[in-house]
Structure formats: C-alpha cells, structure tokens
Ligand binder design. Structure first.
Ligand code: NAD
Length: 253
C-alpha cells in the first residue's frame, strides 16, 4: 500500500455530525470516501454522499456496526471490494449515554465500551492488512477522558481515555511500517450527540457554554473535520502518537 493522490479513506459514523463533515472535507481534498453507516441511526447517509459529490469527490455508502466484529470485517472487505484497498482510517463512531455510576450495570458499561473503544480497535484491526507506507489512522477521543472527568458519564470518559492509549500504542507498533496514528480531541461541538438533552448538554447547554469558551461559541463539525484532514495529510508526515485538541480554547481557559 502506498497512499496515492486519491486515497481510499474509511470513516465510521459518517451519516451525521463530525463524520459527515469529515467525509465532505476529505472528498474536497481528493479522497475516495467510504461512508460507514450504522443502520439504527436515523440520519440518512445519502446526505453525506450528496455532500461528497457536491465537493467534487466520490464515495460509497456501506453498512457498519463497529460493536460487531463480523460487521466491521464485512465493511472493510466491502470497501476493498469496491475500491481495491484502504489507505486511511477515521475511527469516529461513538455513542454517549448519561448513567449515574451507582446504577451502572454491566450491560450499560459494555454497550458504550463496545462502540467507543472496542469499535476503534475493530475498525483498525480489520483495516491493518491493507495499510502501509503513507497510511494514517485518526481516532476520535474527547476532552472528557483526556482533560476532564464528567459526572454520570464514567463509561464514556473511560472509553475516550482508552482511545488515547490505543492510538499511542498503534503509533509505536506500526511506525516502522510507515503508518501514523493520532487522536483528535474535540471540545464541545454542535452535533446530534451534543444536541441530545437527555445524555448531553442539549441546545440550551451548548448555547450557554459559549460564555466560558474563549472562542465565544461551541465548535462546528467542519472545524474538527479539517483537523482530521490535516492529520491524515502528508503535511502531518512526522506527526504520530499525538492528540490534537480542537476546542476553541476551552481546556486552556
Ligand atoms: P453523532 O451522533 O452525529 O455521530 C456519531 C456517529 O456514530 C453516528 O453517525 C452514529 O450512527 C455512529 N454510530 C453509533 N453507533 C455506532 C455503531 N455501533 N457502529 C457504527 N457507527 C455507530 O455525534 P458526533 O458528535 O459527530 O460524534 C462523532 C465522534 O465525536 C464520537 O466519537 C463522539 O463521541 C466524539 N465527540 C463528540 C463531541 C461533541 O461535542 N459533539 C465531543 C468530543 C467527542
């Protein structure tokens, strides 16, 4: 594998939020994007594909449930069947649940870890046989898990902290093969996940957060997408095993 001018980039959770913006951004940079679509998500992946096409790029929608090894392996096999290879991986899929720790049962803990941590492992593991010199992996962590704790979200914080350890270790293990691995750490970004008032801040909470974010507002998904694009690009050729925080200054305020 030598990542070419039109690299093939797989993105999990690409029907909405940061994943959708990343597909659009990368399409504009000449990537052929594989839009991983989780069937239970109400968002229409065709919207992502339309954005990809409008950006002058090409892509394909494929089913992906990262909580299942069979589904993840089939997704990568289908991507390789379609485009011949996989050059880059954006392990972006994630779920967020509010759960008081005293009531945390094994099923709740496991459901979240299966997607937010094990899902990253599965997607990278399935992709690895196809990756090589010039390939790049970006996983989505969070300021929760890297800087902050979050009451009633211990499983999420644990998973997102795990993503950082996983990414660093991939960078060390696969650096000699010319494969880079980094994590992006979004702050508060307006997406379906954060707009969910039950499990996250909701619209009011996001608006109020602007008061304590130095940039004066929460982030937009495209503002994370472009950083993911940078991490995948040759401009970041010597950058591996790192976390890049994209938070409008929130964590340094
Ligand atoms: P989102 O809900 O729009 O995107 C998450 C995507 O993951 C969805 O498209 C969903 O279908 C997909 N997904 C869920 N379960 C899946 C599964 N089992 N298999 C495959 N895909 C699955 O929200 P987002 O904010 O764009 O989230 C993207 C990533 O960014 C997540 O990992 C999230 O935890 C992380 N993040 C978001 C914020 C924020 O403020 N929005 C902050 C830090 C980190």
């Amino acid at each position: 594998n030598t990542a070419t001018a039109a690299p093939v980039t797989v993105i999990s959770g690409a029907a909405s939020g940061i994943g959708r913006s990343t597909a659009e951004y990368l399409a504009g940079k000449g990537h052929r994007v594989v839009i991983g679509h989780f069937g239970k998500d109400p968002h229409d992946p065709q919207e992502t594909l339309d954005l990809v096409t409008a950006a002058g790029g090409e892509g394909v929608i494929l089913d992906l449930d990262v909580s299942s090894t069979a589904s993840t392996d089939a997704f990568i096999a289908a991507a390789v069947g379609h485009y011949g290879t996989v050059d880059h991986v954006v392990a972006n899929a994630g779920i967020l649940r509010q759960a008081p720790f005293a009531q945390m049962d094994d099923a709740s803990w496991d459901e979240l870890l299966q997607v937010d941590l094990h899902g990253v492992m599965r997607l990278v593991r399935a992709s690895l046989p196809h990756l090589g010199q010039g390939s790049s992996i970006v996983a989505t962590s969070s300021i929760v898990g890297s800087y902050y704790g979050w009451a009633e979200h211990a499983h999420y914080a644990a998973a997102k902290a795990g993503v950082i350890g996983l990414t660093r270790s991939l960078a060390v293990e696969f650096g000699p093969r010319g494969i880079r691995a980094n994590a992006v750490i979004p702050g508060l970004i307006e997406t379906p996940q954060s707009l969910d008032s039950v499990n996250s801040l909701g619209p009011e909470g996001l608006k109020a957060a602007g008061d304590y974010i130095p940039w004066g507002r929460v982030g937009r998904p495209e503002e994370v997408a472009s950083v993911i694009g940078f991490l995948l690009s040759a401009d970041a050729n010597y950058l591996t095993g790192q976390e890049l925080t994209v938070d409008g200054g929130l964590t340094v305020a």
